[in-house]
Design a binder for this molecule. Structure first.
Ligand code: GLC
Length: 756
């Protein structure tokens, strides 16, 4: 045998071995695939249904259209009912009530070849018809368990009205108050967004989507939508991967870990590629690292908007980009229905890719029980007995009171005494206003159900108390009149106290509502100053969806209540707090800048190489404004006062996977029983990358009677301090960690420990 024959034999043996190994490996893969299949419920039902479906019917499942009960975007497709009947529809959104959902579901189930039921989606953001405070207000309670309950109520009401799926929670960490959608967020801090995102998902989805009081949730907007330059909605976003992973991903990871069943694409780009076609975001991170198995829905017409972004030449291009990013459902553009058949024909997209998307959507429909009974969520009796139930309204009242942040209370102006105050002037464009109290994204909330502030006050005073009212001015940026100010001044002059309700209209924040100024719109400050001029003590009630530059009020008005938009029970809640029936304990989830020009302005900022020093010229500061927050992150007063003392650390050195106990003594040093949110922050003093000067790590809300002292203890794990180092390695480098504990992000006690 010559050496070549020997070599060939050797190669042949190797090849046979390799094949057998490959076969074995393939066998392993198949076994694993089968095992995984078993973990994917309804696989058999899905497979057998899909085996019957034509390509057109499959693509129809990827189509989601609004039936237009509410307007949440620039276009509507009037022929949505025909598309349902043609089998070209997977879901309908912005359509609700039992009657409407039954009508549309009947078309899908009875008029199409396979009768695949529709999924109904809706923006149930802070309540369905019982409207809770806007999310930034809910977050001000710093009580995630309570907000989980609110989400459970929202789910129960929505599910009783034919809704299967909410486009919430919104998880956008929001550092810029010019951006109108800050109202929908849990504020500027990643940890609060994580904790409240998890609470909302658990409230919506419960333990079983088949329960008739749970609905599918949506982790949105994936991702970093809130970093729009200039705070201008839909504007360019350009952040580092480090910022993406440290600030914006954690809330999504928490929501997915809590079971969020769907994810919505953001309108914006990330690293130059619009999210809706971004394979790094969706294939590498969402599906790869986070292992997400639910379905992805685009935001409103986001697929063809990639043409405007300039990354797609036409609709077909845009559809290809989205499908290659594993984006499953097309909201409102009918781009998939129109373009996917051609793309498959041309071999640019495979039918397998469509199958994957269809399977993810069908699995949620099976989990919701829609194939067992497509009408199970559309029951007239349950709708009648569930919506606006008394216990739901009681919860809304409680949460509304807990969302109120007391910003100022000079000389104990508040609480008002029912006995001593006999003449109250109620003034301002938000005083006798039902419509604006619901805030933006108020779903099926009917403002006629609202208790106005004027009504709330009337309901909470002695019969012999004289209440007068004057609107004073309107909620307008322009074309407002000041004629009403004179009347407001007159009633204020005769009163013991003037309650002045000012702020924004509900549509001055929310989507497509960015502002260049955070000032009170129109002549509201003029009204406030005129009433103040009378010498009658003023209680300012601020209603808004974002931080506002109420500098004059902070300087001159003795009492300021920040009431966000508190929803259905707003007026009752504000009045009960105003008269002391509940001692306010809300804390700000966002920083209030002194001037709009300081935005974005947030507590967890970097130190820079020239940190702000008012006495040094060459430091990072504005020369025409005081360089400090008007109100800091975590700020909120009480009718009582609290003292902090004796911060203690359990050890002064821990390992990279160690834990250090941090304790502090909190005393109620005032005259009222009150609640206090004790906040724990840290700072990594030296690292291979710059680190924020403070980062919220934990908090605990406690209640203390006058004179009572309690030791509050936190177990701080080194893992809570992890970050991405200069090589993007996640962990913590040795060195000093400063610890801060206090009543807000500025008034703190300090100590430090070392990580070995
Ligand atoms: C809107 C919003 C999104 C909402 C969707 C459906 O454009 O960006 O948050 O869920 O459309 O209403």
């Amino acid at each position: 045998m010559n050496r070549f024959t020997y070599l060939y034999l050797l190669l042949a043996v190797f090849f046979i071995h390799a094949c057998s190994t490959t076969n074995t490996t393939e066998q392993d893969d198949q076994d694993r695939e089968v095992a995984e299949q078993d973990q994917r419920p309804y696989q058999e039902e899905i497979d057998s249904l899909m085996a019957e479906m034509t390509l057109e019917e499959k693509i129809g499942q990827l189509n989601l259209l609004s039936s237009g009960f509410t307007e949440t975007g620039p276009t509507l497709q009037d022929d949505y009912q025909d598309m349902i009947a043609d089998g070209n529809m997977g879901g309908i959104f912005n359509g609700f009530t039992v009657e409407h959902t039954r009508d549309l579901q009947r078309i899908a189930v009875e008029e199409t070849r396979l009768g695949i039921p529709l999924i109904f989606g809706f923006d149930v953001i802070h309540g369905y018809q019982t409207i809770f405070p806007v999310p930034i207000g809910e977050t001000a309670t710093w009580e995630p368990d309570l907000i989980k309950e609110a989400s459970q109520v929202a789910a129960e009401e929505a599910a009783a009205a034919g809704v299967h799926w909410t486009f919430a929670p919104m998880l956008d960490v929001s550092p810029d108050p010019r951006w109108g959608r800050i109202v929908e967020s849990a504020g500027e801090d990643p940890l609060l967004n994580e904790i409240f995102g998890e609470a909302r998902v658990k409230g919506f989805e419960g333990d079983d989507l088949k329960d008739l009081n749970t609905i599918l949730s949506t982790a949105k907007h994936y991702i970093a939508y809130s970093e729009a330059e200039g705070g201008r909605d839909y504007n360019t976003v350009d952040i580092s991967e480090r910022m993406l992973r440290e600030i914006h991903l954690p809330p999504f990871r928490a929501a997915l870990d809590a079971g969020a069943g769907t994810v919505m694409t953001a309108f914006n780009e990330y690293d130059g590629v619009p999210a809706t076609g971004n394979q790094f975001l969706f294939n590498d991170i969402l599906r790869g690292e986070l292992g997400f198995e639910g379905f992805v829905v685009t935001d409103y017409t986001a697929i063809p908007e990639m043409i405007e972004h300039g990354v797609a030449a036409d609709e077909a291009d845009a559809a290809e980009l989205a499908m290659n990013a594993n984006v499953d459902m097309d909201m409102q553009s009918i781009n998939y229905v129109e373009e996917l058949p051609g793309l498959i024909e041309e071999g640019k997209i495979s039918e397998d890719q469509v199958d994957q998307a269809v399977e993810r959507i069908l699995r949620k429909k099976f989990k919701l029980g829609l194939f067992e009974d497509p009408y199970r969520y559309s029951d007239y009796d349950r709708e009648e007995e569930t919506i606006m139930r008394d216990d739901f309204l009681e919860l809304a009242l409680d949460i509304s009171k807990r969302s109120i942040v007391l910003m100022k209370n000079e000389d104990q102006t508040l609480p008002l005494s029912r006995e001593e105050v006999n003449d109250i002037a109620v003034i301002g464009p938000l005083a006798d206003n039902q419509y604006d109290l619901l805030g933006s994204w108020s779903a099926a909330g009917e403002y006629e159900d609202n208790i106005t502030l004027l009504e709330g006050i009337r309901n909470n005073v002695e019969d012999n108390t004289n209440i007068t009212y004057a609107e004073g001015t309107e909620l307008e940026f322009e074309d407002y009149t000041t004629d009403g100010i004179e009347e407001a001044v007159e009633i204020a002059e005769d009163a013991d106290v003037a309650v002045v309700a000012v702020g924004e209209g509900r549509h001055m924040s929310g989507e497509a509502a960015s502002r260049v100024s955070l000032d009170l719109p129109g002549a509201q400050e003029e009204l406030l100053e005129a009433v103040h001029e009378t010498g009658t003590p003023v209680v300012m009630v601020l209603m808004s969806g974002r931080p506002m530059t109420i500098n004059w009020a902070e300087e001159n008005v003795p009492a300021i209540m920040n009431t966000w938009f508190l929803g259905t029970k707003a007026g009752e809640a504000i009045a009960q707090v105003m008269f002391g029936d509940y001692n306010p304990a809300g804390k700000l989830p966002v920083t209030y800048p002194r001037h709009t020009g300081m935005s974005p302005y947030y507590y967890n900022h970097k130190n820079t190489g020239r940190p702000m020093d008012p006495d040094e010229r060459y430091t990072s500061k504005y020369i025409d404004e005081e360089n400090s927050p008007l109100y800091p992150f975590g700020f909120g007063l009480s009718y009582t006062t609290f003292g902090y003392d004796n911060i203690q650390l359990g050890s002064d050195e821990i390992s990279k996977d160690g834990t250090v106990e941090v304790s502090v003594e909190v005393t109620n040093t005032g005259d009222y029983t009150g609640e206090e949110v004790v906040q724990l922050y840290t700072r990594k003093m030296v690292a291979s990358v710059t680190r924020p000067v403070k980062e919220l790590r934990d908090f605990e809300k406690i209640e203390l009677d006058p004179g009572e002292t309690r030791t509050v203890t936190f177990d701080l794990d080194a893992e809570q301090l992890y970050y991405y180092d200069k090589d993007m390695e996640y962990g913590i480098e040795p060195g000093e960690v400063r610890v801060f504990v206090g009543t807000n992000s500025e008034e703190v006690l300090e100590d430090s420990f070392t990580v070995r």
